[in-house]
Design a protein around this ligand. Structure first.
Ligand code: ZN
Length: 377
């Protein structure tokens, strides 16, 4: 058995404060001190001290009393969702999406700007201006800003100062980030699918472990293991798009052959056919034979990939990205294919679909900052 060092008084105090706050924001409901002490099995003096500290940080409102009649009315403890907020920005080759979310992951403001990405200081300056305008326009209080979380469609170095590989934005080998220095707030930079998956996971409090597979033009993912994002040793974990399904197969953008992305990029169902995804699924439903054959092959490859992911991680696999909204009618077909690949003792129903909006990735990115904030409280 590993022996754990006893916590120091300071650490213990911090741990208690963290427990109190986490409990409050798991519910986002007013509670009384007595109720809270009971639920957390915490003594009233300890709880009072923690509540005072959290109130001083501006995180709680304790000015309201209950409506009970007779005797002294107990004060309510109300967590304040707008006590802090975070910005999330998804950067792509052609544009950016920006959101501000509060501590309850509610969107306070959002914006899309057409601006081609370039890894330059000039782009960083432009981005910095856009952030300042966005804050002004939506009257967001900079004092409450936790930071700016940005995503790129590529692999980011572990220290977030290099872009290792991002072919869709023209980075083919390790390159220092040139655009983050211009931003005057704490910056987090990570892969888009990693952040998208994190945002989905944050809302699934019942699932400490989850794999997220994002199916858009790019195919990527995230791994959440035991309540934490698993990054990998080189920050390259969960690059599910480059699982090799066929060593002699289709050429992938990464230069290798037979990657999942080569088969399950949404481009196979849209760009390659010069139609939109909506049109593809409409014609599929109308009985188009050519599209039916394409879709069957697509699902076979997808079933293969999610089975591999599940075999390794043994946890729910959530499918997100642009494609996920079209998948529910084909659940049975996909699960039947998976059933043909897993052993008889295994369940095939480990997949769920998480339809994404145009802001899912930037919300997920900003959520990383909420998580870090709560964790360090
Ligand atoms: Zn590849």
């Amino acid at each position: 058995m590993s022996s754990r060092r006893p916590l120091s008084t300071v650490e213990l105090r911090k741990e208690n404060r963290n427990r109190v706050y986490r409990y409050l924001i798991a519910q986002w409901e007013p509670v009384t001190k007595q109720d809270l002490a009971f639920r957390l099995s915490m003594s009233l003096p300890t709880l009072t001290q923690n509540l005072n500290e959290l109130t001083d940080m501006g995180l709680l409102d304790r000015s309201v009393t209950t409506d009970s009649t007779g005797g002294r009315r107990p004060r309510l403890i109300i967590p304040l969702p707008n006590a802090r907020f975070a910005l999330g920005i998804e950067l792509t080759a052609s544009d950016l999406h920006m959101v501000a979310i509060n501590l309850r992951q509610e969107t306070l403001a959002c914006q899309k700007v057409v601006i081609p990405f370039s890894n330059t200081a000039a782009y960083g300056n432009h981005l910095s201006q856009l952030i300042e305008q966005f804050l002004d326009e939506h009257q967001l209080d900079r004092e409450k800003l936790l930071g700016v979380a940005m995503t790129l469609p590529g692999i980011i170095g572990p220290d977030q100062t290099t872009i290792e590989y991002a072919p869709t934005i023209g980075v083919h080998s390790s390159t220092p980030c040139q655009f983050t220095q211009a931003i005057h707030y704490p910056v987090l930079l990570d892969n888009d699918a990693t952040c998208g998956g994190f945002g989905v996971w944050w809302n699934r409090t019942d699932q400490p472990s989850m794999a997220y597979l994002s199916l858009s033009r790019g195919v990527g993912g995230a791994m959440l293991v035991d309540g934490k994002l698993y990054d990998g040793v080189n920050h390259r974990a969960a690059e599910f798009g480059h699982i090799c399904l066929n060593p002699n197969g289709l050429l992938c953008k990464c230069g290798r052959k037979g990657c999942l992305e080569a088969y399950c990029s949404t481009a196979r169902l849209s760009d390659d056919l010069d139609i939109s995804l909506d049109e593809f699924f409409q014609r599929l439903e109308e009985g188009n034979g050519e599209y039916k054959a394409l879709w069957d092959t697509y699902l076979e490859n997808l079933a293969n990939a999610v089975t591999i992911i599940h075999t390794i991680l043994d946890c729910p696999v959530v499918i997100g990205g642009l494609l996920s909204q079209y998948l529910p009618p084909y659940r049975d077909q996909l699960e039947n294919l998976i059933r043909g690949l897993v052993s008889q003792s295994e369940e095939a129903s480990f997949i769920t679909f998480s339809p994404s909006s145009s802001h899912s990735v930037c919300i997920g990115a900003a959520t990383r900052l909420l998580y870090n904030f709560v964790k360090q409280l």
